[in-house]
Design a protein around this ligand. Structure first.
Ligand code: ACO
Length: 328
């Protein structure tokens, strides 16, 4: 019997209509378009309106992927929603999305792996499909990060944006689909990017909110160094696992954290700019949504052809990182 991998059968994405430009941020904090562009590559990011929340975008992205895969939601038996900005503490955003979609035969749950969440989800879906425990998986990365951003802190407020991306996976023959995947974390660096408030330790009280403890805190400089090292290493690991070289990669889709991180990783891997996808100027860092949004934009633009070798690598709070190599 032919070896079975999980293949990405269709993708979709969604984001809020609201746009926050660098010019808008110049009016809010002491910053400049020049600083933001040269340090990050970001020109604008999408921002959810007060009544908008994570599952709204997750459902829109999922519906697009489901439609393109020409499946009925009832066929989905695994629904993984990667998010660190869930609608609420309980139940999981995955379950809320499940109900909205009518994907009533799925096991639905969330993964909290920050920007690596989508690749964690692909990796888990691959494992469950390969072992016959799932046949039709929906993996979503969805975030409304801007609700956890302190718009008086110029070091974080320029970075983050909102959106969602989704992929439908199913079994394909062993020459295609996910050829290799690897996920890792190191909790010793937890305080490089974290939000201390809102959980069982500090709770959410008038005091924690007044102290801004529900907002993201970030050691950008420290993250930068770990991000470049870990994304480079994990990319090499998955390439080696599949017996491929960076020369063979047709498209490199890194987590869109910072253009300088992307350039540094690509430089170390010796992947030239024509093979890298970047949308950071338009979206900023959308955490777990960044890779699936980018992937779907590539599909829509015809940048992904059957047989292409696609390398995806991510890095995020936790810290977490991951790599997935796909033969399209
Ligand atoms: N505008 C103007 N000046 C600023 C701004 C701003 N928005 N933000 C910081 N500065 C200032 C700092 O105060 C500092 O001033 P000082 O020298 O007088 O002290 C100076 O700019 C340099 O600050 P650095 O933090 O050293 O700037 P750096 O070049 O490292 O860029 C950045 C900061 C963009 C955050 C970068 O470190 C980065 O992108 N790091 C990775 C962050 C990341 O990827 N985070 C997400 C992880 S993914 C996830 O899990 C969601």
């Amino acid at each position: 019997m032919a070896k079975v991998n999980a293949g990405i059968l269709a993708t979709g994405h969604s984001y809020p209509k609201g746009i926050l430009t660098n010019a808008d941020l110049e009016k809010m904090v002491e910053t400049s378009d020049e600083w933001i562009t040269s340090r990050t590559g970001i020109k604008q990011r999408r921002k959810a309106a007060p009544g908008e929340y994570t599952s709204l975008f997750a459902v829109q992205a999922a519906r697009e992927a489901i439609e393109r895969a020409r499946i009925d939601p009832s066929e989905i038996d695994l629904l993984i929603c990667a998010t660190v900005t869930p609608d609420q503490i309980l139940p999981s955003t995955g379950c809320l999305v499940q109900a909205e979609l009518g994907a009533n035969n799925a096991a639905a749950f969330d993964i909290a792996a920050a920007c690596s969440g989508f690749l964690y989800g692909l990796s888990m879906a691959n494992g469950l499909i390969r072992t016959g425990q799932a046949r039709c998986a929906l993996v979503i990365g969805a975030e409304v990060l801007t609700k956890y951003v302190d718009y008086t802190d110029r070091s974080t407020c320029v970075i983050f944006g909102d959106g969602a991306g989704a992929a439908i996976l199913g079994p394909v023959d062993g020459e295609r689909g996910i050829l290799a995947s690897r996920i890792k974390s190191d909790g010793r660096f937890a305080e490089h990017l974290y939000a201390p408030g809102g959980g069982t330790r500090l709770g959410s009280t008038a005091e924690t909110i007044a102290r801004g403890e529900h907002y993201f805190k970030m050691k950008g400089n420290e993250l930068f160094k770990v991000a470049v090292r870990s994304m480079t290493d994990i990319s090499r690991e998955v390439l080696e696992q599949a017996g491929k070289s960076a020369d063979e990669v047709d498209l490199f889709i890194p987590h869109q954290a910072n253009q300088r991180i992307t350039d540094a990783v690509a430089n170390k891997l010796e992947v030239d700019s024509s093979r890298i996808y970047s949308n950071i100027s338009m979206h900023g860092n959308t955490s777990s949504a960044s890779i699936p949004i980018a992937l779907d934009e590539c599909v829509e633009a015809g940048r992904v052809k059957e047989g292409d070798l696609i390398l995806m690598a991510s890095f995020g709070g936790g810290v977490t990182w991951g790599g997935v190599l796909v033969r399209w």
